[in-house]
Write a protein that binds this ligand. Structure first.
Ligand SMILES: [Fe+2]
Ligand SMILES: [Fe+2]
Length: 380
């Protein structure tokens, strides 16, 4: 059994200095090379529908394709500054409500102008991370097509490759035509994607990408969709989420079957991986690249977040990000295997309360916005 220190590569889970000490070193490179150690697997068993749930998902995916160029109204004018103002005001209210004391921080002298600039950079940063995460999903699902031994899963994963290409495309287009600047990938997100690609075991791609990264993305997109005042971004996220729900369901339905056969020791490796992924994803929300760009000393900036772990881990925004991951981990048996190893870790992150929320293997059908819109258009 590994210690938390060995899993995370630092002594304390909440050590902010250790978290921000990690930074991206190859941001000026046009490409990033990662060693993929997994064997490509052919199967000679072509029986379609041997796994009915995956077959159903595949048939669904073929019908729910949409076109990023024509199904979104790109003619909509986006006033980034105006939208940032609204978001900045909302954030201000949240900070006031949380009773944050900014007096000995670099923000003591900040006025409306600085907070507005911050809100705009924050948008550029968030959308950039969404885009990089989508490319991670594109590469990971191409890997799943190669490495999963089941034909129904290869079929389904191939539709997800197309979905992810569309997602990268629409986020890149939104950034290029509606916002005003890209950010490089966040270090913690990149480390996580590298780990997932490195791993030689096919199910780890599922766990890392389909359950953890996409589970968090589904929750984060949902929050962004509910808060953005921009109708184009709202619709973009609504359609992306409609695909993402299917993707997370694909992870849940596949791993449910596979994990039933694993030993306790094998399950522990999966639990450790899930915990590591959860902490890395949480770490990226320190947004160290934004502070850098705004000329704020990152070490000083993160003082904003320097609250005791028990307070930090009660942050409702941070908690909600895990609202999809936790019930899905429970459904897979990961929460309670090995005397609740992962449950205890999730307890310390303050997220276990979501365990009985609906899992995505059940809810994806209700989230099919593309089909809903088509039916509405036919009825009109
Ligand atoms: Fe995606
Ligand atoms: Fe996805």
């Amino acid at each position: 059994m590994s210690t938390d220190e060995e899993i995370l590569g630092r002594t304390s889970r909440d050590d902010l200095r250790a978290i921000i000490a990690m930074s991206n070193t190859d941001i000026d490179e046009a490409i990033h090379v990662v060693q993929d150690n997994a064997p490509a697997i052919f199967t000679w068993d072509y029986e379609k529908g041997r796994r009915p749930a995956l077959n159903k998902l595949y048939e669904k995916a073929k019908h729910a394709q949409w076109n990023g160029e024509t199904d979104l109204d790109w003619s909509v004018e986006v006033d980034q500054e105006y939208f940032a103002q609204i978001i900045s005001m909302m954030r201000q209210q949240q900070m006031d409500a949380a009773g944050l004391d900014l007096s000995r921080t670099p923000f003591a002298s900040w006025g409306e102008k600085e907070w507005l600039q911050h809100a705009m950079e924050n948008q550029n940063w968030s959308l950039s991370q969404f885009m990089h995460g989508e490319q991670g999903a594109l590469v990971c699902t191409a890997k799943i097509v190669e490495t999963v031994p089941w034909i129904d899963a290869k079929y389904y994963a191939s539709t997800q490759v197309m979905d992810e290409a569309r997602h990268v495309e629409v986020f890149a287009k939104y950034l290029d035509t509606k916002l005003n600047g890209h950010y490089p990938i966040n270090t913690h997100l990149r480390m996580l994607l590298d780990d997932i690609i490195n791993d030689s075991r096919w199910d780890m791609t599922y766990l890392g990408m389909q359950i953890m990264v996409e589970g968090l993305a589904l929750a984060a997109f949902g929050m962004a969709m509910n808060t953005t005042p921009d109708p184009l971004l709202k619709q973009l996220l609504r359609y992306v989420m409609s695909d993402e729900a299917r993707h997370v369901a694909f992870g849940v339905l596949t791993l449910k079957e596979f994990y039933e056969e694993l030993t306790a020791a094998e399950l522990l490796e999966r639990q450790e991986f899930a915990f590591e992924a959860a902490v890395r994803m949480r770490d990226r929300f320190l947004q160290q690249e934004v502070w850098d760009r705004l000329g704020v000393n990152v070490k000083e900036a993160v003082k904003l977040f320097e609250v005791p772990p028990e307070v930090k881990n009660q942050d409702p925004f941070q908690q909600l990000l895990f609202s999809k991951i936790v019930p899905n981990c429970k459904k897979l048996g990961l929460l309670d295997a090995n005397d609740g190893w992962l449950r205890k870790r999730f307890d310390t992150l303050g997220v276990t309360q979501f365990e009985d929320w609906v899992d995505t293997g059940e809810e994806y059908l209700e989230m099919d916005a593309v089909t809903q819109d088509r039916l509405a258009a036919e009825g009109a």
